[in-house]
Design a protein around this ligand. Sequence first.
Ligand code: HEC
Length: 147
Amino acid sequence: MKNLSIVLAALLGFAAFSAYADVDNAVKLQTRYKSFAKTANPEYGSPSAVDGKLFFNRKIKGANGKETSCSSCHTQNPANEGKHIVTGKKIAPLSPNVNPKRFADVDKVEEQFTKHCNEVIGADCTAAEKANYIAYLLTEKTPTAKK
Ligand code: HEC
């Protein structure tokens, strides 16, 4: 799916990603991934937040024998600030509801998906997985109260 970001950028046009970095962009991007997923598999229905959540928390054993999931760095609540498991650096929340900067730049999103999916799963995520992932992130609106 190397060319996906180029195609996406072309389809969405520049305007869609200009000044408005908010939930709308995440929704638009989700719709795009959905249409790609449908092209790949006509049986694909709609983005599923339930599947997205399972995917987000699924632990996968890497080549080094360590189990990692998206939640390893992004925490079990994507509305929370994350923490990089290797560098310990803080990661701004992934949920576009609490962090309007997320899913605003299609090239960045594609780059991060490719990088992290390869790190965790060992391959890029499919369009269906990306659509489900965003669907799930859109449902998470409330950071966990700090104890
Ligand atoms: C080893 C730590 C780590 C893991 C594991 C991880 N991520 Fe990330 N993720 C990051 C960091 C660091 C950033 C970028 C921080 C930033 O932009 O503030 C990020 C950002 C992202 C973004 C960018 C969103 C945007 O618009 O800015 C996406 C999408 C993403 N990650 C998806 C995933 C997925 C999918 C998984 C699981 C397959 C995953 N990540 C697992 C560390 C991780």
